[in-house]
Design a protein around this ligand. Structure first.
Ligand code: C2E
Ligand code: MG
Ligand code: MG
Length: 631
């Protein structure tokens, strides 16, 4: 009665596929678990199909209960297979999260109903019955087709509705899979005795395997480690649902090492390192991301610091490939779920940037066994983004803080201080963004924007009416390196019709590294009419001899020195101030926070005072409100 010509080869091919799938590393994500269940269901369905069909042929030799058990097992598995094919489509579409969870919760209904009909068969004879003449189809046999067509139709509707997020290849594969299953059902209706449905299901499984489960898609390093795509897939599934920790590890100066050892040797060492990581930390999943960057992902209790120390310890020995011993160092970065980044893209991006920078700060091995967290890097990236937007949209704000005449206690000048605003509108301190802007060179456009806005303010407002004579603008060391600085500043002065003596430029000691360049810059700018102030004196090396070599007219004593003096009144600061005075410099004390500080600093000869005691830095309009009436 039955023809096994299709089903037996299908079973053999399926066993090969299953073995292959079990022997390769698999990512613990929903889609892969569903696929594994699907493979097992297919195997058991084929197996029970062969068994029950054979048993049905020899019904007169076998006990009736056994015939019922075998047929029931087959039909129950058969219905399960229909449903799991559908589940796989849901997994690929990623519909298990809100707001689509209802799809997951509602659709098993038809599956459960069909299973109930199948399992009630011994009592109801719904799907089949066995009597003295053998096996017969039941009155409700077509419920199997209703179930199959329902899920094929449901999958089609979901693919049309939500499939736009998929690549064309993935979408076509899923549609192709539904088409094959549809053809299988039609073939089963037309040629029931050939048991061909199993072969069509196997074909559909092959399509899914090649499109979504193919190890080449998520395994690199000659089959030994998961790749960056697998890393993203895993985090996409875990994010927001599971607590996890990531330890990023990078081979320091990877590209340079490639140059030294050769790419073949380096590739081999990467395989060795991956093997070491996988064997040493069996509880973690190991990913090779790119250019010597690895990520180990584990649960909440993964001890990243201990792991770092172990790995760093191993890196003290060389990595021995076939014909070279490679001496390498490792850098580390750590991150955890919900640590900072709201999206997986941002997390992966930040981790890679952090690893790149860890891979270039090649210190001695002992120094880098404590992993850096990516929060700080993520914060920096956010600040850089905000700064970039502020620069592009000309939205850098300038605040003014008055410099007070120590004797009259009236404002004589003001310092222009840059501000930017975060997404939430909150001000970001220059103490945060100026060092970053100095690192990536954006301090140059930032400085010009502050300079231009200060000039615009001076043109629009009469400084003498505000009671002040000049405004201090900060100049970064990087700006001082620009040979066209004097020219570009004087162009702006011309544009706004502002006299150069209305602006004093503040530079810090860090600018004094390149003596001859700074000397010529200062001369050029002085030629244009600018005056110079040395900012934050006492915060760095504070070499008086060096200071003497530059034509500063004003010295600003750093607030740390002011505080030290206030707590311990020795002769150091008063003497220093006298020295500056003999050099014909005015002296400003920064960071004056109360009346006692103001009095004490006035007493020892400071000319100007600046600090929160008088005013915090305020926006232009507030500055006008505060000092505008003092005409
Ligand atoms: P700075 O030039 O030494 O500026 C003085 C800093 O001290 C300002 O911080 C000011 O708000 C703060 N300050 C003033 N009085 C007090 C006080 O009584 N107590 C305390 N605790 N702090 C006080 P701000 O505005 O955060 O600026 C920090 C630094 O950022 C500046 O130090 C300057 O080096 C840099 N900066 C700000 N704007 C610019 C700019 O436009 N260009 C460049 N190159 N650097 C800038
Ligand atoms: Mg300053
Ligand atoms: Mg200062």
């Amino acid at each position: 009665m039955w023809n096994f010509n299709f089903v037996v080869p299908s079973l053999m091919i399926l066993i090969i596929l299953l073995l292959y799938y079990l022997l390769r590393p698999r990512l613990p994500i929903r889609m892969n678990r569903t696929f594994l269940v699907l493979l097992v269901l297919e195997l058991m369905t084929i197996f029970t199909d062969i068994l029950s069909s054979t048993a049905d042929e020899y019904f007169d030799l076998l006990p009736v209960p056994l015939l019922y058990v075998l047929n029931l097992a087959f039909f129950a598995l058969y219905v399960g297979r229909i449903f799991w094919f559908y589940l796989f489509t849901l997994d690929v579409l990623g519909l298990h999260d809100k707001p689509h969870r209802w799809i997951y919760q509602l659709t098993p209904f038809v599956f459960l109903l069909t299973e109930a009909v199948v399992l009630s068969t011994p009592l109801t004879h719904a799907v089949f019955l066995i009597d003295e003449t053998g096996y017969h189809r039941g009155t409700l046999y077509s419920v199997l087709y209703v179930c199959a067509f329902f899920y094929l139709f449901a999958a089609l509707v979901l693919l049309v509705t939500y499939g736009r997020g998929l690549s064309v290849f993935d979408l076509v594969s899923l549609l192709g899979c539904q088409l094959i299953l549809l053809m299988g059902n039609v073939a089963r209706i037309l040629l029931p005795q050939y048991l061909v449905m199993n072969t069509f299901c196997l074909m559909a499984l092959l399509v899914l395997y090649l499109s979504f489960e193919n190890p080449d898609l998520y395994i690199s390093l000659r089959g030994s480690a998961f790749n960056a795509r697998a890393f993203r897939d895993l985090l996409n599934e875990w994010n927001g649902k599971k607590s996890y920790q990531i330890l990023g590890m990078v081979i320091c100066n990877y590209n340079e090492k490639r140059g030294i050892y050769g790419s073949f040797q380096m590739d081999q060492s990467v395989v060795l390192i991956n093997r070491y990581l996988t064997e040493t930390f069996p509880d973690a999943l190991v990913f090779y991301l790119r250019n010597g960057c690895f990520a180990l992902v584990g649960g909440e209790r993964m001890n990243t610091e201990l792991m770092c120390r172990r790995i760093a310890h191993r890196f003290r020995q060389s990595w021995n490939t076939k014909d070279t011993d490679l001496t390498l160092t490792a850098g580390f970065v750590q991150a955890s779920s919900g640590s900072c980044c709201d999206s997986v893209d941002r997390l992966v991006n930040t981790l890679l940037i952090a690893l790149d920078s860890a891979g270039h700060s090649a210190g001695p091995q002992e120094d880098i066994t404590i992993p850096e967290t990516i929060q700080a890097i993520d914060r920096d990236l956010e600040v850089k983004r905000v700064l970039e937007r502020a620069l592009e949209e000309d939205r850098v704000e300038v605040f003014l803080q008055p410099l007070i005449d120590a004797r009259t206690r009236r404002p004589v000048a003001a310092e222009a201080l840059a501000r930017i605003r975060g997404e939430d509108g909150a001000l970001i301190s220059p103490a945060v963004f100026v060092p970053l802007a100095e690192k990536n060179g954006r301090i140059i456009p930032l400085g010009s924007q502050v300079f231009r806005k200060t000039c615009a303010f001076i043109r629009e407002n009469n400084l003498t009416e505000l009671g002040i004579s000049w405004i201090n603008v900060n100049l970064s060391p990087l700006q001082c390196m620009n040979r066209n600085l004097a020219q570009s500043f004087s162009n702006v002065l011309l544009e706004y019709d502002v006299p150069a003596d209305a602006i004093h430029l503040e530079i810090t000691e860090e600018s004094m590294i390149d003596y001859s360049l700074l000397q010529s810059q200062i001369e050029a700018l002085q030629g244009e009419g600018f005056e110079f102030a040395l900012d934050d004196y006492g915060s760095g090396y504070s070499n008086l001899t060096r200071v003497k070599q530059y034509p500063f007219k004003h010295i600003k004593i750093d607030m740390s020195v002011v505080r030290d003096y206030f707590w311990q009144r020795d002769q150091l600061l008063p003497t220093l101030i006298q020295v500056f005075k003999q050099m014909n410099c005015s002296v400003t004390a920064e960071g004056i926070e109360n009346a006692e500080m103001a009095d004490a600093l006035t007493e020892i000869g400071c000319d100007y005072l600046q600090g929160f005691h008088f005013s915090r830095p305020v926006p232009f309009d507030q500055f006008l409100e505060l000092y505008g009436q003092k005409k």
